[in-house]
Design a protein around this ligand. Structure first.
Ligand code: NAD
Length: 397
C-alpha cells in the first residue's frame, strides 16, 4: 500500500482534484547532468494543486539547486524509497533501473526517454509490477505534439554543442578576419544530415562566421539549409521515407553519395555528422579512405557515434587521431548544456502532462489521445509497444 501525499506536501487549492504526486529522481547514469523538471515548471504544477517531490540534489548538475525547487513549492526528499512512496507519476530523463521500478506502486506512471531496446530489464519489471510507461521518443512528430517533442529539443541542444565542440578543437579561426597581420580565410564546416540537430549545428557554425555546407538525402532539407545561409550540396537522390524521415539508400545511391560526400569532406576543416535512420544503424558517410584525404588538423564530430557512427573510424565515447584528423565520437551531447537542455525537456514534459492530467487536475484513466497511444510502452501488465514486446520475446532489434 503506497503512502498518500502528506498534508504538508499538499499546497494546491483545486477543489475537484485529488492532488497528483509527481516524483523526480536524481539521474543515475554517469555523465547525465540533466534533470527532468526545473523550478519554473514545478511552480506551475504546485500552483495547479499537485504535489511535486524532487530527490535531493536532482537538479544540482544542471545548476538548479534544491532551494529553488523548494521556493517553487516542491518537497526535497532524500532517498528513492521516500521519493517514490505514493508517487503517481515519475518524470525522468534516462530510463529508470529495474531496482527503481521495484519501489513503485502498481499503477504508477513513468514518463521519460525509455530506450526500450537497451533497457529490456526495466521494461519487463514495469510489466510485472503493472507500472505504466510512456516513452518520449515515441511521441509522434505531428504539429499538436511539437511542444512535447523531446527528441527535437534535445537534438537542438546536441547540434549546438557539436558546432561549439568542433570550433573548440579546430586549429583555425572560424570567421574571416581582415587584420594588420593579414587576411584570414574563413573555415569550412560541413554538416552531413540536416535534420533537427544538423540545422542547429549549421546555424551555430554560421553565427561563428564559418563557410557552411550541408547535405541531406531528403531534398526538402535543402530549403531549410539555404534559409540559414548555408550551401546545400545537391545529389539526384531524394530518400524521403515515412513520416518525413529518411529511408535507407539503395547500393547504387550509396555509391553516388559516397563520391560526392568524399569530395566535400576532403575540403572541410570541421565535419559534423548527424545522419540517422530511425530504428537502424547509422549510415556510413565518411569512410576510412576519405579520412586519409582530409586536411591535417581537420575535426570530425560524429553525432551518430552512439548508433554506430557516420564515420567508419569513430569510437563511441572516445577522441582518436587518424591521418592528422581528430575524430570525436561524443555521447550525450545535450548533457553538456544541462541548464537549457533540462529547461526545454521540462517544458516538453509539462506539455505531455497536460494530456495525462485533465483541466480539473484529475489523472486520466483512458489513454485514447493519439499522442498517448503512440508513446505508451507498458500498461496494466502488458508491453503494448509491439517492437519492444517482440524483443522481449527473443526477437532481434
Ligand atoms: P534523424 O535524427 O532521424 O536524422 C537526422 C538527419 O539525417 C535527417 O535529416 C535524415 O534525413 C538524415 N539522413 C539519413 N540518412 C542520411 C544519409 N545517408 N545521408 C545524409 N543524410 C541522411 O532526423 P530528425 O532530425 O529527428 O528529423 C527528421 C525529420 O523529421 C525532418 O524532416 C524534420 O523536419 C522532421 N521533424 C518534424 C517535426 C514536426 O513536424 N513536429 C519535428 C521534428 C522533426
Amino acid at each position: 500500500m503506497s503512502a498518500p501525499a502528506s498534508a504538508q506536501e499538499i499546497k494546491g487549492t483545486h477543489p475537484a482534484a485529488i492532488p497528483v504526486v509527481i516524483a523526480v529522481p536524481k539521474e543515475q547514469v554517469s555523465g547525465e547532468y540533466r534533470v527532468a523538471t526545473v523550478p519554473e515548471v514545478v511552480q506551475k504544477l504546485t500552483k495547479a494543486g499537485h504535489v511535486v517531490r524532487i530527490e535531493h540534489d536532482a537538479g544540482t548538475g544542471a545548476y538548479y539547486p534544491d532551494a529553488l525547487y523548494t521556493s517553487a513549492g516542491a518537497t526535497i526528499v532524500s532517498g528513492r524509497a521516500g521519493l517514490f512512496s505514493g508517487a503517481k507519476i515519475v518524470l525522468c530523463v534516462q530510463p529508470l533501473t529495474a531496482a527503481d521500478v521495484d519501489q513503485l506502486a502498481e499503477g504508477a506512471i513513468v514518463v521519460g526517454f525509455m530506450n526500450p531496446a537497451r533497457n529490456l530489464d526495466t521494461i519487463a519489471r514495469m510489466r510485472d509490477r503493472k507500472v505504466t510507461a510512456f516513452g518520449l521518443e515515441f511521441v509522434p512528430r505531428i504539429t499538436r505534439a511539437q511542444s512535447m517533442d523531446a527528441l527535437s529539443s534535445q537534438a537542438t541542444a546536441g547540434g549546438y554543442v557539436a558546432a561549439v565542440l568542433g570550433a573548440d578543437n579546430c586549429p583555425k579561426f572560424l570567421p574571416m578576419l581582415t587584420t594588420a597581420a593579414g587576411t584570414i580565410r574563413p573555415a569550412t564546416v560541413l554538416i552531413l544530415g540536416a535534420g533537427v540537430a544538423g540545422l542547429m549545428a549549421i546555424a551555430t557554425a554560421k553565427r561563428l562566421g564559418a563557410l557552411v555546407e550541408a547535405y541531406d538525402v531528403r531534398r526538402a532539407a535543402g530549403e531549410q539549409v539555404r534559409s540559414l545561409g548555408a550551401k546545400f550540396l545537391e545529389l539526384e537522390i531524394n530518400a524521403e521515407g515515412q513520416g518525413g524521415y529518411a529511408r535507407e539508400l539503395t547500393p547504387e545511391e550509396k555509391g553516388k553519395e559516397q563520391q560526392m560526400v568524399s569530395a566535400a569532406v576532403a575540403k572541410a576543416d570541421i565535419v559534423i555528422t548527424t545522419a540517422a535512420i530511425p530504428g537502424r544503424k547509422a549510415p556510413v558517410l565518411v569512410t576510412k579512405e576519405t579520412v586519409a584525404t582530409m586536411k591535417p588538423g581537420a575535426v570530425i564530430i560524429d553525432m551518430a557515434a552512439e548508433s554506430g557512427g557516420n564515420c567508419e573510424l569513430t569510437q563511441v565515447g572516445k577522441t582518436i587521431r587518424e591521418h592528422g584528423v581528430m575524430i570525436i565520437g561524443p555521447q550525450n551531447l545535450p548533457a553538456r548544456v544541462p541548464f537549457h537542455s533540462s529547461q526545454m525537456y521540462a517544458k516538453n514534459l509539462q506539455s505531455f502532462l497536460s494530456l495525462l492530467i485533465d483541466k480539473d487536475g484529475v489523472l486520466v484513466t483512458e489513454f485514447t489521445d493519439e499522442i498517448l497511444t503512440a508513446s505508451l510502452l507498458v500498461h496494466a501488465g502488458t508491453v503494448v509497444h509491439k517492437p519492444t514486446a517482440d524483443l522481449l520475446n527473443g526477437g532481434k532489434p
